[in-house]
Structure formats: structure tokens, C-alpha cells
Design a binder for this molecule. Structure first.
Ligand SMILES: *Cc1c(COP(=O)(O)O)cnc(C)c1O
Length: 416
């Protein structure tokens, strides 16, 4: 099937939930995706932060081959050893005590929400005064199911489905006074992405994060860190909260956890975990042998290949190059992020859209988020030479588009 045939068929057969880019990929290797004509595209997006080891990585293909030839699924009615092997690794790298496995980001976040509610109920049963409300941050993104969407800031994602889960209030980003004012013992959980992804690569401040920790400690509310985009090494630490030396009570993982196989996980402290008893929460597929085997391979590869150090190094280089680019182009107002979770803020949504589209035409995949932000979430195996290619292309595109914008607005003036 050609791209045009697929486009025509999809427009009739699928719910129209996505505005896809007109590209068709049939394969991939290393940091490249390959289209139907055999052209390679340098991928600086990793399928929205998923393909952390790039494409066709032998550790992943071997894990899939081995596990799929033995056993794919048994359900959570029975034991298999990969759940434990993966949980050992996840608790080691996170500093948390226990894991609940599921199949996607929103499902992990939904488990965190339910845990915070159940945990507050558990505390009330012991005579403590604690409510059922949540605080979330402006520009947050936690997923698309009813609970996750309720803690997601953008109204466009919530309003068509109203009423979503009630009891969520949004705090101004990094506004410590607003956080203190909105917090009370009515709150059972504070929802934080230490580095916001969809919201446009914004880092919470040390003071804001520490205040959230302190407030939760004062009442028994849970500090919930969503690491679905920023976790598993993306920022150069296993979890972005580790840059702050703050341990949350709950964290969530998904996107890169199994290198492209769908999987999610919610991790928490022993204390928080007591709120869930057998039968209270569950999933059919979650923590199946295949996803666990692949996630183990991903963690072991990140460790063996020293990819955290590599992400810090190449990410640091990438950010430096973006900062240099920002000095040359007034249209870049800010460079943000850490490790290989980076973004640049452009002065207009139109320019950001054009720049992303023109990068695609040059066979470099980037993404625009939050209207004006170009987002970079490349595979961890990215190298400096790839950064150089991307920066050179961006430099040219921004030079051309701003020159074009200047001449066309000069033209408008002349006409007006
Ligand atoms: C992508 C994302 C989610 C939702 O994950 P899905 O797998 O799409 O459900 C939740 N939180 C954050 C921070 C994300 O980036």
C-alpha cells in the first residue's frame, strides 16, 4: 500500500483522533527510521520518548525472540520470574520499595491516583484527618483516561468529557506561595512532573519540589512524581527527581520502559503500598512475561553501555549547541531541559510549526509541543555527529524562515 492509499483508507476506517504527518515508516536501525522508499530519517523524537535504545537494537530483538518463543502471557493469576527480576531492578534504580505493573502511562498514573485516594482512606481509618483532593500543576500532562485527564491542565483535553474526576486544583507553575495556599489536609496527593514534557519542557524549581515534599510530610498526603516521559534515564539520571535529591512517595513509568513494547509501572513506598489489598486493583496484561523480559533488557543495556553518563554528555553537548544557536537567532527565546529531554521556545507558534515541518523535509524528526516549543527526545544512543547535523539544519531553517518573515512583513508595510 502506498502512503496515499493508507491515508485515504484511514480517513474512512479510523476514529479521527490524530493529525498525522504524511510519512510512512517501514523500518528502523540505530537512530534512524526508514521510509517506504528506503530513505533514512534521523530521529530526534523516539516515537515520543519511547524508543530509548533506537531501532532494531539487538538486546531488544533478542529479548523479544527468546521470551516470545517460550511464553507470552499467563495472567496475574500465576507467577513468573521476570516480574521479580524487573522489580528488583526498578526498586534499585528508583529508591522506592514496590512496583505495580500495567500497560501504558495513563494506566500507571491512574494507579497512582487510586493509591493516593486509598492511602488517604487508610489514614482516615487510623483516625487521621485527610481528604480526597489533588493538587496538580499548570501545564501538566498525565494522560487521557478520566482520572489522568482530570489532573491534566489543558482544558481542551478535559472539557469535552466533563464531568471528569472532581477534586483537582491547579497550582501555578513553580509558585511556592500558591502551592502553600492551596495545600491543606483536604489534599491526598500532589502531582508533579519534575520536568514537564507535553507542557513544553519546563523544570520545577528545587524550592517548589522541596516545598511539595515538606507539605506532603506534614499531613501524610502522597508526593506523586510522574516520570513517564522523564524517567528511565531520559534526563541523565534514572529518574528526574534524582536531580533534586527528593524521593517521592509514588512514581510512574511508561514510555521508554520496555523500549517500544507497551508497558507501564507505578512504584511506591512500602508505607503507601499498604493501601492496596488483593483484589482492589489489577490488570489482565500488566507485567506479562514479554514486556518484563524486554524491560529487563533495556535496564541492563543502559547499565552495561553506561548510557546514563552518555545521555549526560551528549545531552550537555546538545544543550550547549542549542544555546549557541539561540545567541544567533532572536526568534529563540529560551533553551530548556536536561539530558536528552530538551526544548527550545520560539517566538511564534507559526515559526515552530514551519521549523518542525521543514526539519521533516530534511529527514530529521523533531516535534512541536505546547504551540511554540520544539521538543527533542532522541534515543539515548545519539552521538555528537547527529547533534551537529540537527543544529546545522535548524540554523539554516531559522535563518531562511526569519528572513522570509522579515521580507514578507516589509512587503505588507509597503502595501499598507
Ligand atoms: C505520555 C505521558 C503520559 C501518558 O502516557 P500514555 O502511555 O500515553 O497513556 C502521562 N504522563 C506523562 C508525563 C507523559 O509524558
Amino acid at each position: 500500500m502506498t502512503l496515499a492509499t493508507i491515508q485515504a483508507a484511514e480517513s474512512k476506517l479510523l476514529l479521527q483522533t490524530y493529525a498525522r504527518n504524511p510519512y510512512l515508516f517501514v523500518g528502523g536501525h540505530d537512530v534512524y527510521l526508514t521510509d517506504e522508499n528506503g530513505n533514512d530519517y534521523l530521529d530526534l523524537l523516539s516515537g515520543i520518548g519511547v524508543s530509548a535504545l533506537g531501532y532494531s537494537h539487538t538486546a531488544i530483538t533478542a529479548a523479544i525472540r527468546d521470551q516470545s518463543s517460550r511464553l507470552l502471557h499467563t495472567s496475574n493469576l500465576f507467577y513468573h520470574e521476570a516480574t521479580v527480576e524487573l522489580a528488583v531492578r526498578l526498586t534499585e534504580i528508583s529508591g522506592l520499595d514496590r512496583v505495580f505493573f500495567c500497560n501504558s502511562g495513563t494506566e500507571a498514573w491512574e494507579a497512582a491516583i487510586k493509591l493516593a485516594r486509598a492511602h488517604a482512606g487508610h489514614l482516615r481509618a487510623q483516625g487521621k484527618q485527610i481528604g480526597t483532593r489533588f493538587l496538580a500543576l499548570e501545564h501538566s500532562f498525565h494522560g487521557r483516561t478520566m482520572g489522568s485527564v482530570a489532573t491534566t491542565h489543558k482544558q481542551k483535553y478535559r472539557d469535552p468529557f466533563a464531568p471528569v474526576m472532581p477534586g483537582v486544583e491547579f497550582v501555578r507553575f513553580n509558585d511556592v506561595a500558591d502551592l502553600r495556599e492551596k495545600f491543606s489536609n483536604e489534599v491526598c496527593g500532589i502531582c508533579i512532573e519534575a520536568v514537564q514534557g507535553e507542557g513544553g519542557i519546563h523544570e520545577v524549581s528545587q524550592e517548589f519540589f522541596a516545598t511539595a515534599r515538606e507539605l506532603c510530610d506534614s499531613t501524610g498526603a502522597l508526593l506523586m512524581a510522574d516520570e513517564i516521559q522523564s524517567g528511565m534515564g531520559r534526563t541523565g539520571q534514572w529518574f528526574s527527581y534524582q536531580h533534586y535529591a527528593i524521593l517521592p512517595d509514588v512514581t510512574t513509568l511508561a514510555k521508554p520502559i520496555a523500549g517500544g513494547i507497551p508497558m507501564g509501572a507505578m512504584l511506591c513506598t512500602d508505607e503507601a503500598s499498604l493501601a492496596f489489598t488483593p483484589g482492589m486493583h489489577g490488570t489482565t496484561f500488566g507485567g506479562g512475561p514479554l514486556a518484563c523480559a524486554v524491560a529487563i533488557a533495556v535496564i541492563d543495556t543502559i547499565r552495561q553501555d553506561h548510557l546514563l553518563a552518555h545521555v549526560q554528555e551528549v545531552g550537555g553537548y546538545f544543550k550547549e549547541q542549542l544555546l549557541t544557536l539561540a545567541k544567533r537567532h532572536d526568534c529563540i527565546s529560551e533553551v530548556r531541559g536536561m539530558g536528552l529531554m530538551l526544548g527550545i521556545e520560539l517566538h511564534s507558534a507559526e515559526l515552530a510549526e514551519t521549523a518542525a515541518a521543514q526539519m521533516m523535509q530534511r529527514r530529521i524528526i523533531i516535534n512541536r509541543t505546547s504551540e511554540t516549543v520544539l521538543r527533542f527526545l532522541p534515543p539515548y544512543i545519539l552521538e555528537q555527529k547527529h547533534v551537529d547535523i540537527a543544529i546545522a539544519a535548524l540554523d539554516e531553517i531559522l535563518t531562511l524562515s526569519t528572513a522570509f518573515a522579515a521580507t514578507s512583513s516589509a512587503g505588507e508595510h509597503a502595501n499598507g
